[in-house]
Design a protein around this ligand. Structure first.
Ligand SMILES: Nc1ncnc2c1ncn2[C@@H]1O[C@H](COP(=O)(O)OP(=O)(O)OP(=O)(O)O)[C@@H](O)[C@H]1O
Ligand SMILES: [Mg+2]
Length: 272
């Protein structure tokens, strides 16, 4: 907190020469356009991940390093097989890394036991996948309630249903919903516990362009309303224009990693 007080009034990039005592700390800080400093929320350092052995050995992640500040939306792009889902799964504790470090809010997850990883997923994360992952014999409301009970401080159910346009569909089963409605339900499941980090693996991959836009506008609204940090894996080349940060992966390495200075609202994206 002392850094925030010290630097909150500085505009632009903090000058490390003027403040040498903070030079190390500054490398871990980011200054938003409002001039407020936050610690990096997600710090990924030199992650390596391989599968198989001998003839089937494949090194998928070859040393991935990046960081994302709190409240940022970030797109991860790369060709099929480049390691995007593997990276997301390692960050989300769905898969283990061979080496490296992943810190969320300063908490290291590399080396955690299976049960500690499960606590981490429950306490910090929401997941959204391409194919919705709803429980078929539960209604929309029940599907969301299952996740609501995982936390002591869930979002307000009625508000969330309203925000996601699900109020009128609350008593339907997944099979009675369109693809876009099913994805909205999956998003509600992920959001009801108000996760600090939302991991999305091709959230619009199975949707047409109009429904994709609806879902992206929703993610944008969630980001603005709840300040949820988001990592979005996508093949669509347009989505990167709406987010704060873009990561391009090629053959298990980060090829490009940049902040997007000119964000376009989801409503105005072309070629979805
Ligand atoms: N459980 C696994 N066992 C063996 N190999 C795997 C496993 N999971 C992924 N791989 C391999 O790792 C590489 C990267 O896979 P990954 O799913 O991360 O790619 P991706 O970038 O998400 O691709 P796509 O865009 O097609 O989803 C691929 O060569 C894949 O075959
Ligand atoms: Mg994938």
């Amino acid at each position: 907190m002392q850094y925030r007080e010290k630097y909150a009034i500085i505009e632009g990039e903090p000058d490390k020469k003027t403040y040498p005592e903070f030079s190390t700390a500054l490398s871990k800080l980011t200054l938003t356009h409002e001039g407020v400093i936050f610690f990096m929320f997600l710090e990924v350092n030199n992650i390596k991940k391989s599968y198989g052995s001998d003839a089937s050995y494949i090194q998928v992640l070859k040393g991935v390093t990046t960081s994302i500040s709190r409240g940022q939306m970030c797109v991860i792009q790369g060709t099929s097989g480049s390691g995007k889902s593997t990276l997301l799964n390692c960050i989300g504790g769905l898969d283990t890394m061979d080496s490296g470090s992943v810190k969320i809010d300063g908490k290291e997850i590399f080396g955690l036991s299976t049960s500690a990883l499960s606590d981490y997923r429950r306490d910090y994360l929401g997941f959204i996948f391409q194919f919705y992952n709803l429980v078929p014999n539960l209604t929309v409301l029940e599907n969301i309630q299952v996740c609501q009970y995982l936390t002591e401080n869930p979002l307000d159910m009625e508000d969330l249903l309203e925000t996601l346009g699900l109020t009128e569909h609350r008593n339907k089963f997944p099979a009675q919903l369109s693809g876009g409605q099913q994805q909205r339900c999956a998003i509600a499941r992920a959001l009801i516990k108000n996760p600090k980090l939302l991991l999305c693996d091709e959230p619009t991959g199975a949707l047409d362009s109009r429904t994709s836009r609806d879902i992206l506008m929703l993610l944008e609204k969630v980001n603005q309303t709840y300040g949820t940090t988001m990592l979005i894996v996508t093949h669509n080349n347009s989505i990167k224009n709406m987010v704060h940060k873009v990561i391009m992966i090629k053959d298990g390495l980060i090829k490009q990693d940049y902040e997007n200075q000119t964000r376009i609202p989801a409503a105005e994206l072309e070629d979805l």
